[in-house]
Design a binder for this molecule. Structure first.
Ligand code: FDA
Length: 321
């Protein structure tokens, strides 16, 4: 991932509105994005989710959208999440997923930037209130919510908002990124009882001053952070496709005597499907992060940047059209 020499260029392209317009209109792109994105509409994503649940995996759904620049758009995003929660609550869960279990099989993930965090006036306040509206509804329905991590300029504000909301919704999850130098300290602070922390490597282009740049440093940081979370009293969520990280997580749970219901494995929709099924069959809680919506461009470009083979797959598909 971080060793991909094209990563900086692709992540820069992820912010280009010209390329975005060209790629989003091209019919071929639409066909390719379906590998990583479950659809543009709610009925499409619900079909995917039903199949994942049937296969023994649990889910987290992300309604795609980021960098919201007006309040109405943020409110529309809230409206979509509320409708999504209602639809999720109407799903029939497989008999194997005990509704009395403490682990919610259904979760939604949200980006605070999609809820108004970047608005020039009162962004934090608006995003907090919008997130609260979603959390209140989710709590009524027994569905979890986790707040995604975005670029490092938002981390302080995001964690502040999470802390505030956790006083009302102690089950609210947060994401930490091991590429940030600050994350070990954040893990220490957030490893307390009941705290759900999704640990990932991080997907944005970040300067050296705040983030480790080499893959080995990011991986080493991941292990240190995970160890803190595993030794803590919270509920770690191991979000990685990396076989070495997954194996390290297994070792740590054995060393720390953690039961399988005290942490979970997580991967992105469309990535390492066979491994997802293997972990679920072994009795791990395997949660799949399923994105949907028309605003898939930024998410899709981050997946391309992660792995040369994802990019090759994309280029080959274009070439064969
Ligand atoms: P990495 O990309 O370093 O890959 C390591 C190894 O994993 C590869 O060498 C290969 O062996 C294996 N692998 C990876 N992809 C594969 C593939 N397609 N096929 C086969 N093998 C593959 N980021 C962020 O900044 N904010 C966020 O909120 C989130 N949220 C989030 C939620 C969840 C559930 C996940 C899984 C990830 C995120 N991310 C994220 C993304 C995350 O930061 C990171 O960019 C990707 O997960 C890629 O990093 P990996 O840990 O998978 O390993």
């Amino acid at each position: 991932r971080l060793s991909n020499p094209l990563r900086p260029a692709i992540l820069a392209a992820a912010r280009s509105s010209k390329l975005k317009a060209a790629l989003t209109k091209a019919p071929v792109t639409r066909r390719i994005v379906t590998r990583f994105i479950a659809g543009e509409t709610r009925p499409e994503v619900l079909k995917v989710v039903a199949a994942l649940l049937e296969s023994g995996r649990v889910i987290s759904i992300d309604f795609l959208g980021e960098d919201t620049t007006d309040r109405a758009q943020a409110e529309a995003t809230v409206g979509e999440y509320l409708a999504l929660l209602d639809d999720l609550a109407g799903l029939r869960l497989p008999a194997s997923m005990n509704p009395n279990n403490e682990i919610a099989p259904l979760e939604v993930s949200m980006k605070l930037s999609a809820l108004g965090q970047a608005l020039p006036v009162d962004g934090d306040k608006i995003a907090t209130q919008n997130a609260r509206t979603v959390c209140e509804h989710a709590q009524r329905l027994g569905i979890w919510v986790t707040i995604d991590a975005e670029d490092h300029t938002t981390t302080d504000s995001t964690l502040r908002i999470v802390r505030e909301l956790r006083t009302e919704f102690p089950w609210l999850g947060a994401v930490l990124q091991s590429y940030l130098r600050r994350t070990e300290a954040d893990c220490r602070e957030l490893a307390g009882p009941g705290s759900r922390i999704r640990l990932c490597k991080g997907a944005y282009r970040e300067p050296e001053s705040v983030a480790y740049q080499s893959r080995s440093e990011v991986d080493a940081s991941y292990r240190r952070c995970l160890e803190i979370l595993m030794l803590g009293a919270g509920y770690p969520m191991v979000a990685s496709h990396d076989p070495e990280i997954i194996a390290a997580a297994g070792d740590m749970t054995r060393r720390t005597d953690r039961g399988r219901d005290t942490f979970e494995q997580q991967m992105l929709f469309g990535i390492r499907d066979v491994e997802q099924l293997r972990l679920a069959a072994e009795g791990y809680t395997m949660r799949v992060y399923v994105p949907y919506g028309a605003q898939w461009y930024g998410y899709f470009m981050r997946r391309l940047a992660e792995r040369p083979s994802n990019l090759r797959f994309f280029l080959r598909s274009i070439a064969t059209v």
